[in-house]
Write a protein that binds this ligand. Sequence first.
Ligand code: HEM
Ligand code: HEM
Length: 215
Amino acid sequence: MNRRMLVDTSMLFVFLLLLDYRYVHNFGHEMLALVFTALFLLHTIWNARWYRALFRGRWPKQRIVMTGIDLLLLFLFLDVMLTGLSFSHTMPIFNIHPPLLVHRLHRIFGFLMLFVMGLHLGIHWQGIWAKMKRAMHIPNTAPVSFLSHASALILAAAGVYSSFLYALGSRLLLLPVRSLARPPTTLFLFLACHLSIVILYTVIGYYGWKWASRR
Ligand code: HEM
Ligand code: HEM
């Protein structure tokens, strides 16, 4: 695994871990957000070319969609950090007590990041999969292609199930979550289910991207 893949994979796992506020508690949540920020800075340095090219070149449909998704993820991340820092318990650097709306926006943007991160991975999946195949010496054969599409669909189905299990729609819209909808969760179950939700949006992003590129 090269250093880029290592940073990207760690980012994803740190992100999923910090989302489990109940398990990692406030201190863990805020510290993991700092780790995520450090990894994000590395990710940004290694993708600096993308930022420099933003104001150059032509804008075909694909580039608009791809850039839109990347910018949306960046926007959500910056908002989640700013709102989080404004009411932080561990690092009260702003020392302000923002209104409830700011807390709500923090949660909504945080959960939205889950979906947009999946879409971000989906539009980059072709490149990621090519690197993975090279690194793991996976051949380019028809059975491998069939198995990878079949596993993607099974994992996406698990993502749909997990979205209902964790009442993600209600949590995103800040509706009260009935106690029945709260599964008896362990950290492993939480991570696995939320990973499957990211994968669901990766699959949507990947097939959506392929479909749009053919038109
Ligand atoms: C706040 C979160 C993130 C932001 C704002 C972000 C932003 C970006 C940007 C701007 C690019 C360059 C796009 C291009 O060249 O077309 C990029 C590339 C990429 N991102 Fe992210 N990203 C984030 C999180 C992640 C995570 C968590 C992963 C992996 C799990 C990831 C995986 C990738 C991959 C594979 C690429 C292609 C280039 C590379 O291998 O680094 N990103 N990202
Ligand atoms: C990538 C960065 C972050 C994401 C995705 C994120 C996401 C979230 C989410 C989804 C919740 C609600 C958890 C639940 O209801 O189960 C939450 C709560 C919280 N977050 Fe973050 N967060 C991030 C960074 C931060 C930072 C940097 C701070 C402070 C320095 C922070 C402070 C808090 C606090 C204090 C709560 C408790 C709820 C509240 O007071 O409204 N978060 N976060």
